[in-house]
Design a protein around this ligand. Structure first.
Ligand code: HEC
Ligand code: HEC
Length: 291
């Protein structure tokens, strides 16, 4: 805090002195001045003025408050620009705490910045920090324990839509992801969609029947293979999920699969590069990859 200008400094000091003197005089007058008028003043028939003087504990209360105020002003900054015997100033406190932050916080950040993925994962401190960043920025969608919910994928399993390498995960967090599963209700038709859903389900549950699904198989090669792959393994470049495993983003019952195929899906992971620092994203990546 900058020093007060002369006028305000005088104003503040003047007010404080005036206030204290006024209080002191008042106390002395109430308790120690002799009552020198003789006539008895009676109010409301029986209230005699002066018959119940102010209790004496008030005197001690006010006097100790006065002494405390004066002592406080002697030791601590409160009397205009005078800093008190302890010489505490706001600037000093501020720069001390800032130095403290610089020392602890930035030193810690620099150390964290210089660590590689594995060392980060082994640092309890770093993982604790990452857990907090996750809770604040990601838990609302991916769930408190990162196990996913609804259309938000599980981030703790080995199944990655957009790739499991640290670079790919970092990319997902920094730039976000836009998945586009086109709608196939038109080309496939109502019946074709139902059959396709049954075919896809049979692959995932390993009950694929060549004869029963012959026409869907053909259509798969025509419409789906480009993205989901020959072995239905998916494609991390497009975020196209593996259809042969039993991990489902949009539900594994025939109705849900039909809906996915007929109307398409558009999962959006928002970009976080403007919201989080590089270090925060690195910490999150290490945290997600630690399992
Ligand atoms: C508004 C909801 C939302 C928030 C907030 C969000 N995500 Fe996502 N995230 C998604 C969705 C939806 C997807 C799946 C996109 C898709 O369908 O491909 C996703 C996908 C991902 C993926 C790719 C998963 C994979 O299998 O490849 C990662 C990694 C990820 N999110 C991490 C995070 C982290 C870390 C945060 C916090 C910084 C976060 N997300 C915050 C909605 C969200
Ligand atoms: C242009 C690429 C592309 C094509 C072609 C495509 N898909 Fe997809 N598919 C995707 C993407 C990307 C997703 C993930 C959508 C999301 O995350 O929101 C997806 C998701 C799905 C899912 C949901 C999986 C789950 O885990 O819930 C099913 C089922 C599916 N596709 C089936 C098909 C079928 C059947 C065809 C062919 C008729 C097809 N897809 C064609 C890209 C494609």
């Amino acid at each position: 805090m900058a020093d007060l200008p002369f006028f305000w400094q005088t104003w503040v000091v003047g007010l404080i002195i005036l206030g204290l003197v006024f209080l002191a005089v008042l106390v002395v007058r109430v308790y120690f001045e002799k009552d020198d008028h003789d006539e008895v003043v009676i109010w409301d028939n029986d209230l005699v003025e002066g018959s119940a003087p102010a209790p004496f504990w008030w005197f001690w209360l006010i006097t100790s408050a006065l002494i405390f105020s004066v002592l406080y002003m002697i030791f601590y900054p409160s009397f205009g620009n005078y800093n008190g015997l302890f010489n505490l100033t706001m600037e000093e406190r501020y720069s001390e705490s800032k130095a403290d932050i610089n020392d602890k916080y930035y030193k810690k950040l620099n150390t964290l910045n210089s660590l590689d993925m594995e060392s980060l994962q082994n640092s309890q401190d770093a993982m604790h920090l990452a857990g907090n960043i996750y809770a604040q920025n990601c838990a609302a969608c991916h769930g408190k324990d990162a196990k996913g919910q609804d259309v938000f994928p599980n981030l703790t399993d080995d199944d990655w839509l957009w790739g499991d390498k640290p670079e790919q995960i970092k990319h997902s967090i920094s730039f976000g992801r836009n998945a586009v599963m086109p709608a196939w209700g038109g080309p496939l038709g109502e019946e074709g969609t139902t059959k396709m859903a049954e075919y896809i389900k049979s692959i995932s549950s390993k009950t694929d029947d060549d004869e029963k699904h012959a026409s869907s198989k053909q259509k798969y090669q025509m419409f789906c293979l480009g993205c989901h792959g020959l072995a239905k393994q998916g494609n991390v470049m497009l975020g196209a999920p593996n259809l042969a495993d039993d991990v489902w983003l949009y539900g594994d019952d025939i109705e849900s699969i039909k809906k996915t195929i007929a109307s398409g899906r558009r999962g959006v992971m928002p970009a976080h590069k403007d919201r989080l620092s590089d270090l925060q994203i690195k910490l999150l990546t290490a945290w997600l990859k630690r399992n």
